[in-house]
Design a protein around this ligand. Structure first.
Ligand code: CTP
Length: 405
């Protein structure tokens, strides 16, 4: 199943240079499994041709409300009735002003006004010059559109086509896609604040060398994304990994286990759920050399002494908030064998209500996994799937436990 399977999206384009990104967006939506019906304003057709969007969407593009191809001549009604969402990208300042007043003098605005408002949500991806974006009229219009139930996406920041730099760029197609996919996920964690640890830690030996492990951080990043999609506020404390931050997630980068513990302790009081996926190093080097350890010409090997790192999860699970039920703690266990037995023992040892086991060597660095959930009631398998699919299932499992508590 792709993320947008069975979704029919009406993609509206109003006039702006960001129309060039709408072609890429159209492709991305289709690649994610959606069917796409493009509707453009005449101004949009000055920036990109309907031919391009017809070829990409594989459907005739509509520009005019007088389009005689519809037997009843009511394109504005017919096109919106089968839509799961109307996404206007780019949404120009003028188009937003028009929507706000319920004006309907072209097909796209007419269709937005005539849509069944309870069944067909409207999402706007604004795009305009920074002065236009900051103008009180635009900000006022946006606030009123939101109050009327329209979903207005963020804008990007940076260089603009006009040569100025600031807020107002349209989000990149893949960012709009991620926001749209999130829009369709059930909001089972609305009102929750989820804190996630992810990735390995790096324990320095000297300024150039250190000890780490094979954790890629992918499972933890997927959980952060899934929690955000489910409506939670999410903080992600990440060890050294090369992964993009999921949209809308606050990320704190750390290196060592002690850094990770400090970051967690700083954020955990605001959290209602703590999911510890990080592969925290069990030991750190006791006396980190201030300078690079040089190879001894006589063949003498360096002596490394280790001290045990604090157990971040076990510490948090013993806190008063976790003990009182105000903070729900979820641990992970990466094992190589006897998963059920190790996960059950680890759940008791860490003092957490839910422990998620997986076979580490079978999943490190990959995009898929299989999970075993162990709680006081017993064990439940989440069979082999992508890490994002599993993360969404895990989020639903956590939400179910929170709501039944
Ligand atoms: N964990 C942690 N701090 C540590 C070690 C582990 O928060 N110093 C968390 C991990 O993020 C994970 C869980 O504890 O959620 C289990 O980690 P794991 O390394 O499997 O457990 P250990 O206690 O180190 O047990 P083992 O002997 O199997 O290594």
């Amino acid at each position: 199943m792709s993320d947008l399977s069975n979704k029919h999206i009406v993609l509206g384009l109003s006039g702006g240079i960001a129309c060039y990104k709408a072609a890429e967006l159209c492709r991305a939506l289709i690649k994610a499994g959606a069917t796409v019906q493009v509707v453009m304003t005449e101004a949009a057709a000055q920036f990109i041709t309907p031919v391009t969007l017809q070829a990409l969407s594989n459907r005739a593009v509509y520009v005019s409300q007088w389009d005689a191809r519809e037997p009843n001549n009511m394109a504005h009604i017919n096109l919106s009735r089968e839509a799961d969402v109307i996404l206007v990208a780019p949404a120009s300042a003028d188009f937003m002003a028009k929507l706000l007043h319920g004006r309907a003098d072209d097909l796209l605005s007419l269709m937005c006004l005539a849509r069944p408002i309870d069944r067909v949500p409207l999402i706007l991806a604004p795009a305009m010059n920074r002065e236009m974006w900051q103008h009180p009229a635009t900000q006022r219009n946006m606030a009123q559109l939101k109050a009327d139930g329209t979903h207005v996406l963020d804008v990007g920041q940076g260089e603009q086509a006009c040569g100025e730099t600031g807020d107002g760029r349209m989000l990149e197609p893949e960012e709009i896609l991620e926001d749209l996919i999130a829009f369709f996920q059930p909001k089972v964690l609305a009102g929750q604040h989820v804190l996630v640890t992810a990735g390995p830690t790096y324990e320095a030996m000297d300024p150039v060398r250190g000890i780490t492990n094979l954790s890629s951080g992918k499972m933890g990043f997927s959980i952060a994304r899934a929690a955000r999609e489910a409506g939670a506020e999410v903080t992600l404390v990440a060890g050294p990994v090369h992964l993009p931050t999921p949209r809308g997630v606050r990320r704190v980068d750390v290196r060592s286990a002690l850094d990770m513990q400090a970051a967690v302790l700083k954020c955990v009081d605001a959290a209602s759920v703590f999911v510890a996926t990080a592969a925290v190093a069990d030991w750190r080097v006791a006396d980190v050399a201030g300078q690079k350890i040089k190879k001894d010409v006589s063949g003498q090997l360096p002596q490394l002494n280790f001290v045990e790192n604090p157990d971040i999860l076990a510490g948090v699970a013993q806190s008063a908030r976790a003990q009182s039920g105000a903070l729900y703690c979820v641990g992970f266990a990466a094992e190589s064998h006897d998963l059920l037995q190790h996960a059950t023992t680890k759940r008791a040892r860490k003092g957490v209500p839910l422990l998620v086991g997986n076979i580490g060597p079978a999943t490190f660095g990959l995009d898929d996994n299989a999970l075993l959930l162990v709680d006081a009631q017993g064990a439940k398998e989440l069979p082999h799937a992508t890490k994002l699919a599993l993360a969404r299932q895990l989020v639903a499992e956590i939400a179910r436990r929170l709501h039944s508590a």
